[in-house]
Design a protein around this ligand. Structure first.
Ligand code: CO
Ligand code: CO
Length: 315
């Protein structure tokens, strides 16, 4: 039995839980935390918060309050590291206009940080990952590659400019992207690109639905210098898992080079929004996104009425 107040729960891989409090008000709840993916603690704190707030923005909600979730090896590492992580997180919450209202920390062998977030939205404003319609254009708001960059850093082959580009993307809030969606009519669905990669999250949007997707691989933005690293085969384990898990739902044109397909499966941290919007609004939305500083945003494909539940990738 489902509660009629529950607008989004656990059954469709939605980005967050949504519960209708009144006809004009719903609360959005999500939680996310993980281990450091960059060396600098302050930057890690910023990334963790950007990532944790993202699921609220993906539903076109406004995050209001958050609680810190902290694991830290207090006997092994200097407390100043933890302070820097929390300061990075707090600064990013301030930028987002989110209030920190509490938290919980435990001693652990491995550092982990993130947030439990509460947001609000008008129930009519909520975007689910389902709802794309045939003819819709698909818009991606950030370039891909954060997983491959992390792997390249561990392998000692990432250039400074590539790392900077990835950090800039991972610390860019999806707030301005969500704001652009609020000002755009006929946006039909949205999710944010995180651990399953672009194609994994694209699959979630059309699974068991009456639509399919066509992705134009050549139009998908990715960090400069990423191609060389992907061609070397320096790829995160999660990328291979994502690819194996979804391959049977995706038809890849043989004209797509292997490195390009790999990037489409790269697990992202604090990735961009992925949006299905009516064709008449797509260019206008893209203009708005470029205007608010999301210069990498691009139209990367369309929604089809054929090949339901499947994705076609062409060069
Ligand atoms: Co999400
Ligand atoms: Co999440």
């Amino acid at each position: 039995m489902t509660d009629p107040h529950l607008l989004a729960g656990m059954e469709h891989s939605e980005d967050a839980g949504v519960y209708k409090l009144r006809d004009d008000l719903a609360i959005i709840q999500t939680v996310d935390f993980f281990t450091p993916i960059v060396d600098d603690p302050y930057t890690f704190g910023q990334i963790a918060v950007t990532n944790a707030l993202s699921d609220v923005y993906a539903m076109r909600g406004n995050p209001l309050t958050a609680m810190n979730i902290v694991c830290f090896p207090i006997n092994k590492l200097d407390i100043s590291i933890l302070r820097d992580i929390l300061r990075g997180g707090l600064d990013k919450m301030r930028e987002a206009g989110v209030l920190l209202v509490g938290g919980h920390s435990v001693e652990d062998d491995e550092t982990k940080y993130g947030l439990a977030v509460t947001g609000i939205a008008h129930p009519d404003q909520i975007l689910l990952n389902r709802g794309a319609r045939p003819g819709d254009r698909l818009v991606l708001t950030k370039a891909l590659g954060t997983g491959i960059v992390s792997t390249a850093v561990k392998g000692g082959i990432a250039t400074e400019s590539l790392v900077n580009e990835a950090v800039r993307a991972m610390t860019t809030l999806n707030k301005s992207g969500a704001q652009a969606l609020m000002e755009t009519p006929d946006v039909h669905s949205c999710t944010d690109i995180t651990g399953f990669g672009l194609l994994g999250h694209a699959c979630e949007m059309i699974e068991d639905s009456q639509v399919g997707m066509e992705i134009h691989a050549g139009a998908v933005p990715f960090f400069s210098g990423l191609r060389e690293i992907a061609e070397l085969g320096v790829l995160p384990a999660g990328l291979h898992r994502n690819r194996r898990f979804r391959e049977n739902r995706i038809e890849i044109d043989p004209g797509c080079p292997e490195w390009q397909v790999d990037i489409l499966f790269d697990p992202q941290t604090a990735g961009g929004l992925f949006v299905a919007v009516a064709p008449a609004e797509a260019e206008k939305l893209l203009d708005k996104l470029h205007h608010v500083g999301l210069g990498e945003a691009a139209i990367i494909g369309s929604v089809t009425g054929e090949r339901k539940g499947k994705i076609t990738v062409r060069p």
